[in-house]
Design a protein around this ligand. Structure first.
Ligand code: TXA
Ligand code: MG
Length: 332
């Protein structure tokens, strides 16, 4: 069926596909998700198979009401506070799962916790409401590859293996939701997103721990099984904090490129149109986040030796951008 425009009719059809155990890719404010009925083991299995995702990596379950989150997960007063403030929105909570939750064990990779997200995007919310079941949805891309921020990205990545791709234009934020573990008294960030540690601390009036697995924090991999180090990866190598660029590289720029030098001499005007993208000429980090995955895809062309990425300030959503770039730059 491929990419389908959103109408009342196509949404009805999409919700029926979910109820019948099929797969629907849909827009959210972060990235496109590959959705299925979270209660249906065979459907969840199909999602893992389609993505080539290792079964140890659990999925996020999407709901459209706080009350529906409470049916599958136990929400402490802290979790409720986070929900009231940040939902619907780009924030996923890791919560203790209810014993009587009907969510497929495959979806949670057998853990006794569950990742729950209440997305803001109208199409995502309508789809969950109309399907009448919680929707498990990882990003709609092959496991380990660059996340999709447009319906075309989903089609290029997964093609006809998805029963329907709902078209909702380019993703507004372009970077996956912030993941916060709320199973202990102190909230722990497991994945950076546009809702930052500072914003969380400001709203919650408490300390928030940084538990993102990475260079300085390999132990956290146990807490966040999906944050496998190599991720968001283009086919060609990517290097960060470039202060110069080779003539056979592609350039992912940020801000002013006036002082970028070319190793072999010359200047950037000799670069072809498909060799350079600027995440944000005005150094707007939110604009950069929105463009990040799309521009990485544009430059991921085997005719280039690698992608050189200019320095991006590690503040605000820049922390999440640098996290994605760092994972993309890891050798397999
Ligand atoms: O913005 C988003 O969150 C998007 C859209 C589609 O909603 N979804 C998304 O899903 O990014 P995915 O599958 O690409 O990332 C899910 C992450 C993985 O890193 C996984 O390990 C983690 O959530 N996760 C899921 N359940 C977990 C759990 N019980 N404990 C710790 N981490 C969990
Ligand atoms: Mg993903």
């Amino acid at each position: 069926m491929g990419i389908v425009a959103v109408t009342d009719q196509s949404l009805k059809k999409a919700s029926r596909i979910i109820q019948d155990g099929g797969l629907v890719a849909f827009p959210t404010e972060t990235v496109y998700g590959l959705g299925c009925n979270a209660l249906d083991k065979a459907a969840v299995e199909k999602v893992f198979r389609t993505k080539g995702r290792p079964p140890i990596n659990p999925l996020i379950v999407h709901v459209a009401f706080i009350a529906d989150a409470q049916k599958i997960a136990k929400m402490t007063p802290l979790a409720e506070q986070i929900a009231f403030h940040f939902w619907p929105g780009p924030l996923t909570m890791i919560l203790p799962q209810r014993e009587n939750s009907e969510v497929s064990e495959l979806c949670t990779a057998g853990l006794n916790t569950i990742a729950v997200r209440f997305p803001e995007h109208e199409i995502a919310r309508k789809l969950v409401q109309m399907a009448g079941v919680p929707i498990a949805a990882p990003s709609a891309n092959i496991s380990g590859a660059i996340s999709p921020t447009s319906p075309r990205h989903v089609f290029e990545s997964l093609g006809e293996s998805v029963d329907m791709i709902l078209a909702g234009g380019a993703s507004r934020m372009g970077i996956e939701s912030t993941i916060v573990d709320v199973t202990t008294d102190i909230p722990v960030i497991l994945r950076y997103g546009s809702i930052t540690k500072e914003v969380l601390e400001d709203v919650l009036k408490c300390n928030v721990q940084d538990g993102v697995a990475g260079e300085d924090n390999v132990h956290s991999l146990i807490q966040s099984p999906g944050q496998l180090l190599k991720h968001y990866a283009p086919q060609i190598p990517l290097r960060m904090d470039a202060v110069d660029v080779h003539s056979d590289e592609a350039l992912l720029a940020f801000g002013n490129t006036k002082f970028m030098s070319i190793k072999t001499g010359g200047n950037l005007s000799s670069f072809s149109d498909d060799q350079i993208r600027n995440l944000s000429e005005s150094t707007d980090l939110e604009e950069a986040a929105k463009n990040l995955f799309s521009y990485m895809r544009d430059l991921d062309n085997p005719k280039f030796k690698s992608i050189a990425v200019m320095n991006i300030p590690n503040e605000g959503v820049g922390v999440a951008i640098n996290d994605r770039l760092w994972r993309a730059s890891q050798k397999p």
